[in-house]
Design a binder for this molecule. Structure first.
Ligand code: HEM
Length: 363
């Protein structure tokens, strides 16, 4: 989908945020509104949202404003339904679960990250937001190449394991969500020295071990770092890269005593749940330690959506963020210039996150 359209969509949602917060305190966690020019039910209740997202296409279908759907095209994955959506979703999920593919992505991503970090100098600022986007562009090309080679190989055997729609889907505008995740992690870590120290120690320990063994890091090494994973989880909670998702009711449905009338739009507002103090103590404070004894599969934590359309790229997103963080903290110390997170019209850093780096001398 065109990124300008997303911007317009996000503008509409953010403009509505103030109304939502006002309505939430006035009417409770689920309320009616006309925020998208359509009669809508806004849910800041995680349980209600979970039930809606788990429903099948007889109850709810994806819904996005008319201007967007016209331009997204009828076959966009965000709009398709039923068996086709399940097939494509399954294929993408399986694709990213393949350990062979994860190994290849890990090798290439390490190479890209290493190469771009080699060019960093200590006498000029590094703009983290731009650097993460550049690494990401290379990853998109890599995935494209893998798919094309799979298709070429399968063509000889008669049928391709990767249909055309899947390629399109993988290259959708979501390509910026992982760079935003990496940039926000660096921002939050710059503001929280205790978390940065623990993250660095954990990653240095693994690096030393691997150096001694003379082995490169594998994808499972990256994902096995517990504190690094809590840093990514907390960044996803606070950052709210996707603030919520939309559906449309196909029939009158009652959930937890709330009636969602047929034809109405339903907006599952994740950001509100992630920043609700009844779910998280001090919700605006970056606190990765909160996840050490918390259930990540709780319905109060849904940065990747849930149910039928749970993001199939979630493992890949975590893997890429882990690789980036590992190479960054084990090679550099840095001082961040003053910058702020902007949520409007999309989540990003106001000044592109300038930092001054110094190569670490410790092994
Ligand atoms: C931080 C990174 C990411 C976040 C926060 C994120 C978030 C989400 C969310 C919330 C949804 C649900 C949309 C809905 O219910 O309407 C979704 C769906 C999807 N995501 Fe992600 N995503 C991320 C990374 C990725 C990556 C790296 C890929 C692929 C390379 C990807 C591919 C998809 C696809 C194909 C869908 C549609 C699934 C379906 O409708 O069955 N995402 N994502």
């Amino acid at each position: 989908m065109d990124s300008l359209l997303w911007i317009l969509f996000v503008i509409a949602v953010l403009l509505s945020s103030t109304i939502i917060l006002y309505n939430k305190s006035r009417y409770g966690k689920v309320f009616k509104s006309h925020i998208f020019g359509t009669p809508s039910i806004v849910s800041t209740d995680a349980e209600v949202s979970k039930i809606v997202l788990q429903s099948d296409a007889k109850a709810f279908v994806p819904f996005y404003p008319k201007s967007l759907t016209e331009l997204m095209g009828k076959s966009s994955i965000l709009l398709i339904n039923g068996s086709l959506q399940r097939r494509i979703h399954g294929l993408i999920g399986a694709f990213f679960k393949s350990s062979h593919l994860k190994a290849q992505i890990t090798r290439d991503m390490q190479k890209y990250v290493q190469k771009s970090m080699e060019s960093w100098r200590d006498d000029q600022p590094i703009y983290i937001q731009d650097e993460t986007k550049n690494a990401k562009k290379k990853m998109v090309k890599l995935v494209q190449k893998i798919i094309e080679s799979k298709r070429a190989a399968a063509a000889g055997g008669g049928s391709s394991t990767v249909p055309k729609d899947v390629t399109d889907v993988l290259l959708l505008n979501r390509e910026d969500s992982v760079p935003v995740l990496m940039t926000l992690a660096i921002k939050y870590l710059s503001d929280c020295p205790a978390a940065l120290q623990q993250l660095t120690e954990e990653n240095m320990k693994l690096k030393r071990l691997k150096d001694e063994l003379g082995e490169p890091l594998s994808w499972s090494d990256y994902l096995s770092l517990p504190f690094t994973q809590t840093v990514i989880t907390e960044t996803l909670r606070m950052g709210n890269i996707i603030i919520g998702v939309m559906r449309k009711a196909m029939k009158d449905i009652e959930i937890k005593g709330y009636l969602i009338p047929k034809g109405w739009c339903f907006f599952a507002y994740f950001r509100s749940v992630h920043l609700d103090e009844s779910n998280y103590d001090w919700p605006y404070q970056f606190n990765p330690w909160r996840w050490q004894d918390k259930d990540i599969s709780s319905c109060n934590f849904t940065p990747f959506g849930g149910g039928q359309r749970l993001c199939p790229g979630l493992d890949l997103a975590r893997l890429e963020a882990s690789i980036f963080l590992h190479h960054f903290v084990t090679q550099f110390r840095w001082v961040a210039e003053e910058d702020t997170v902007v949520n409007f019209p999309t989540v990003r850093m106001k000044r592109r996150m300038p930092i001054w780096v110094k190569r670490r001398s410790d092994p």
